[in-house]
Ligand binder design. Structure first.
Ligand code: CA
Length: 309
């Protein structure tokens, strides 16, 4: 079905043009769910984009959502969206029991077209790392804005640090037991800070940022004491450089497939049967954070990398 859009002159003080000839008068639809990074099972606050796909202004939508088929929560969005305008709605935190693969299902209240009211998104359990984690943090010219913490799945803070002086280099080592953890980095001014990397004793990166973490970012990871016993043929995979500019090297993943996703979950690169020292051309990817999934048989390794130019 094609949709005719008759553009009229913008009216009122807004600059958004008005459209007409929609098949429905009152019609909202969810267009995307922001990708959810691997999780330990802490409450999540999903972000869903809703769009007015009807003729009339959209002022209220009831959003119902649940994770892994658990208890539903409702949230009533109110606002004002003209035809085709959209808005990102941050839904209140929802608790759930984490599984290897998790699904959030979101639906909007009944309107003139209920066929487009549902959307869902999958996210994985946190990646596995060794029980010793190293952190290197470099503060910028505003080290007093920088703090961080590390919490176990029970919600207990085991390590924390900051605020710091300017242009300091901070090195920490976390000795952990088998559990799932949440690391968080904060900037009290909301504009990020210096670079930071967390990595395990196999040199696998747990979290890495050149500093553009805004007010905060977080990374979840599981620890497994016996990791590295070659039961996972992807445990020696090395992905570098990070941040990358034009090429990304994927080493020790011979014959695997790789898929690269943007944070909206869209596949932006795909390569099958890769070589031992595979080079992936990422020159066409825009600046930002990406997920790379390496698949070999039933083994999967997921990592995050940044394109920075
Ligand atoms: Ca609808």
């Amino acid at each position: 079905m094609s949709l005719k859009r008759n553009k009229r002159s913008p009216s009122g003080s807004g600059t958004f043009p008005t459209y007409s000839n929609f098949s429905a008068e009152n019609n909202a639809r969810p267009t995307s769910v922001e990708a959810i990074l691997p999780q330990c099972g802490f409450d999540i606050t999903p972000n869903v984009t809703i769009q007015n796909f009807g003729e009339n202004d959209l002022t209220e939508v009831e959003i119902t959502y649940s994770v892994n088929g658990g208890a539903s929560q409702n949230y009533t969005w109110t606002g004002s969206l003209l035809s085709l305008q959209s808005e990102i709605v941050e839904l209140p935190a929802i608790s759930y029991v984490v599984q290897d693969v998790n699904t959030i299902e979101i639906s909007l209240s009944d309107d003139d077209d209920n066929s487009d009211n549902q959307i869902s998104e999958n996210f994985n359990i946190a990646n596995e790392h060794t029980t010793t984690i190293n952190m290197i943090l470099s503060t910028d010219n505003a080290g007093s804005q920088c703090t961080w913490d590390l919490m176990n799945a029970g919600g207990e803070t085991l390590y924390s640090g900051g605020p710091y002086g300017n242009n300091e280099s901070v090195v920490e080592q976390f000795e952990l037991t088998d559990d799932c953890y949440r690391f968080r980095i904060f900037d009290s001014a909301g504009n990020g800070g210096g670079s930071i990397v967390l990595y395990d004793t196999n040199n696998d990166v747990v979290y890495n940022s050149p500093g553009n973490y805004g007010a905060r970012e977080e990374a979840h990871f599981k620890t497994v004491g016996e990791l590295g016993n070659n039961d996972n043929i992807l445990s020696n995979v090395v992905i570098y450089p990070n941040p990358a500019t034009n090429n990304l090297n994927i080493q020790n993943a011979e014959n695997s497939s790789i898929k690269v996703f943007d944070l909206l979950g869209r596949i932006v690169a795909l390569e099958n049967n890769i070589s031992l020292n595979q080079q992936l051309d990422v020159s066409k990817l825009t600046t930002g954070t990406y997920l790379i999934k390496i698949i070999n048989g039933n083994q999967v390794k997921t990592d995050k990398f940044i394109i920075n130019r």
